[in-house]
Design a binder for this molecule. Structure first.
Ligand SMILES: [Zn+2]
Length: 348
């Protein structure tokens, strides 16, 4: 069968194989035919050779962690043939650590977890894959064209879940949220904020293209100026750019008792002149919290499936700015300036 693969660590090794083996029964009893995979920055880093690890018995890693497929067979009866499913990306470490032992693999403490399409497990950019029932998440049939958004949504559901848990340290009635960065992750963070009834602000550099309208369609206020000119005291800031200057400014900008979630990943190596004393003063005197968030566990995936089923289907579809058939896979991994989310389709 066909599969999109790379040799991790070897730039230029991206290949569509047509003789990739059928999924091994050990992967799980649920056999799934791929419908689509979403493309994200991690895939491009893997293709550039910066990241990624092949499974132990091979030198090639199948890409794809933002999955959507249709069940072909499930002898366990957990899913019915025809059901839409996505596969949970991260599997718990084999030790397991105290978090993985209770299903909180998103909080793995020893780093020995594995991840489909990223770290030691084949990804979902292959025509068929298998799942164990506990790693299969069902989607409403109405999500057939947008279900690959489940994985990035799960990451943002976790971020909001942790905001809530931190908020519960005291009386917590948030009203205003600021999302920095209007890429797919930022816009999905804004969707979840609007579903919570918050007054939502989205900040991004873009002044044209689809981002301003996508934010407005959620009822959010879109800003394209610098963060330090924004006259706002948000209760929650979800930082999705990873741009060091924005990250530092975001940490200083939350209102009293505010919570700042860092969800963007910076590339290191750049230093910025920064008043750490002023940041300390703000955090202490305002009871503010800054925390990082990555990945998601099953509870978050299920929350994401629910959030997507409640969202406007047309809005979700407009996040997908390009759909590329599998045969033209190469262009899926070269996002253009107007792209928000690119999806590689298996059924066209
Ligand atoms: Zn662990």
């Amino acid at each position: 069968m066909r599969a999109v693969t790379v040799i991790p660590g070897v730039p230029g090794s991206l290949r569509l194989l047509d003789d990739y083996p059928e999924p091994a029964p050990e992967e799980g009893p649920i056999l799934v035919e791929a419908l689509a995979v979403g493309v994200c920055g991690t895939d491009i880093e893997i293709i550039e050779g910066q990241y990624g690890e092949a499974p132990p018995d091979t030198d090639r890693l199948v890409l794809g962690h933002e999955s959507l497929g249709r069940v072909l067979e499930d002898p366990t009866g957990t899913r019915q043939p025809g059901d839409l499913v996505a596969g949970i990306v991260r599997h718990p470490d084999p030790v397991p650590c105290s978090n993985c032992a209770v299903g909180e693999w998103d909080m793995c403490r020893n780093g020995q977890f594995t991840e489909h399409g990223i770290k030691a497990l084949p990804g979902f950019a292959r025509e068929r894959w298998r799942l164990q029932p506990r790693f299969a998440v069902g989607l409403d049939p109405s999500l057939i064209k947008v279900g690959t958004l489940l994985e990035p949504t799960s990451v943002m559901v976790k971020a909001w879940d942790h905001v809530d848990r931190i908020g519960l340290r005291a009386e917590w009635q948030p009203r205003t949220a600021l999302i920095t960065g209007a890429g797919p992750i930022g816009l999905l963070a804004a969707l979840l904020a609007s579903q919570r009834g918050l007054s939502v602000h989205v900040l991004d550099l873009a002044t044209e293209g689809p981002k301003p309208a996508l934010a407005s369609a959620l009822g959010a206020t879109y800003h394209s100026g610098p963060l330090d000119r924004l006259d706002l005291q948000p209760d929650v800031i979800v930082e999705c750019t990873g741009a060091p200057a924005v990250v530092l400014e975001a940490m200083c900008r939350a209102g009293p008792n505010g919570i700042v979630c860092l969800a963007g990943v910076s590339t290191g190596g750049r230093t910025i002149d920064f008043d750490a004393g002023a940041l300390n003063r703000t955090l202490v005197l305002e009871n503010n919290v800054v925390f990082g968030s990555v990945n998601a566990n099953r509870r978050h995936w299920e929350g994401a499936a629910e959030a997507l089923s409640k969202a406007d289907p047309a809005w979700l579809a407009s996040l997908i700015t390009r759909r590329v058939p599998l045969a033209e896979y190469g262009i899926a991994y070269s996002p253009g300036p107007q792209d928000i989310k690119v999806v590689l389709e298996f059924d066209t």
